[in-house]
Design a protein around this ligand. Sequence first.
Ligand code: M6R
Length: 616
Amino acid sequence: MCGIIGVSGVHDAPEVIVEALRRLEYRGYDSAGMTIYQDGRLVRVREATGTHSVELLSKHIKDFQGSDSISGLGHNRWATHGKPSQENAHPQFDCSGRVAVVHNGIVENFLELKEELLNHGHVFSSETDTEVIAHLLEVALIETDRIDFALAEVFSKLRGAMAIVAMETSRPTLLACVRRTSPLIIATNDGEGFIASDIPAILGRAKHYYQIDDGVVAGVELGEINAFKLDHEPAEPREFVVTWDLSRSARDGYDDFMSKEIMEQPQAIRDTLAGRLQLWDSSGIKLDELRLDLEQLLGVNKIFMIGCGTSYHACMAARYAIESLCKIPVELDVASEFRYREPKLDPQTLVIAVSQSGETLDTIAALAEASDSGAISLVVSNVVDSSMARMADAVIYTHAGPEVCVASTKTYLAQIVALELFAIYFAKLKGTSTAKEIQALATALTDLPDKVEQLTNRFAEMIQVASKVEAFERFYFIGRNVGFPVALEGALKLKELSYLPAEGFPAGELKHGPIAMLDPSSVVVAIATRGRLWEKVMANLQEVKARGAKVLLVANEGDQQTIAEGDAAFLVPQTHPLLSPVLDTIPLQVLAYHLARFRGFDVDRPRNLAKTVTVE
Ligand code: M6R
């Protein structure tokens, strides 16, 4: 989705803006633009050449030479209102070019606002909802000479989830920002002020990072922040600590972020487990940040797990552990559906929302619904102090580090691990599992990073196996029990990256319909590691083979009996059955990676996708 950067008092402003936009590319975008205050006016450049836009923008850096060029705005646009084009790219200006605005999200009532502005003689040069904000600021600036005060007035007229940054020429060092649900952070560093939609944009440049609440307007000028509520009552921006380092947001010699992040998976799991598994301690699990009242937690009699895309698959993979250890009913829902089916929620219901970014609007909306109904909410997020982390009663952070590739890999594995930690914690609290059962899972979790590493170290070997199906164009993924979410995630990864038709099914469902699609031109990827339903998967494989489909297996190392049933096999180490989704998914990430690269596609920035989906 759109990426925002604003800088004030920064002597290399054009370079910093372009670099921030480069680092925000991973969010997904189709056009980009920037404006710098120079020689008394706002100079603007915009490019709309898809994912090359920022590269083209960088060629304009040399055009900004003025000694007063220390403030400006930049934006990567992911089109919602109006096609990707230079005119629709941000920053958007008012009639006179005095005001510049960059914006993420949607102004739901923009049509009525635009009509009113047109009736008053404003001239529009784009199809965007964003331009409405610039013209409204132009009007508000008749009454006040401060852009932050003007923004407060305008913001109360706008409906929808959004983040806005604006500046104007009479005081160009003063940037104004405000947010509702959409992410936005402020940062400072010795006389420099920054506003960005995501931490990596300014990592390494800023020293102090701040969050502002929904509906709080902040004026950011040369490293000073003046925050206030819409009624002009003062507000305190909350400082938060960023532990990510720049090297984890850089490619570090890898061809792309996806392969780097696949290779970082052992560390992501180590960091997510660190300090939390106290095997020597009778309490077993330490989840310091959980901040839930234990009595309240003990009263929980039902759990809902919600998320979108890969995060939804993490919910599905971890449900088996929670149900089996905690003996409690767990329902699953895609977040965008959850809120519309009127689930029965009360203070004895725990809603677990899972999100890498913590900013996905569908999940935020579902979480808000759950909280309004009195349910207890727990968020699993990779981003500290994300919107969801702040909304929920409790939070468990995955410590996977920044994930830049649009397709989730390391954060997915970390989510499953975090949820399994919660399963152990809750089971111990409720006394629903034996010490032996808990110990077995806890020990397997401790061994997990090394097993993941054994697998990622064999990246090249997995590519070899994947290359055997390069020529195929239709893929079906099957699995049973904990293998089912693996099949869904494998199919999602392949669709996202290689644009090949791919579907995931429970293996037992094949014969109820999907089997009609199988023929020798199709590939069936079967999750056939040894688990409770291994024999049944084997039986389903016979049905597949009888239809002549090519069979690619995910099987355990040394399991010759299974390996003999396929045309090729990815081999994974054995682990506790509840953790097998963690290992079994890795070869499928590599499969999607290879087939996308084989077809010449950009694995980090697949078409049409955004890293953080901030629209419903
Ligand atoms: O940030 P979130 O985990 O809430 O994002 C949810 C989905 O948009 C995300 O998992 C998406 O499916 C990824 N592109 C998967 O690779």
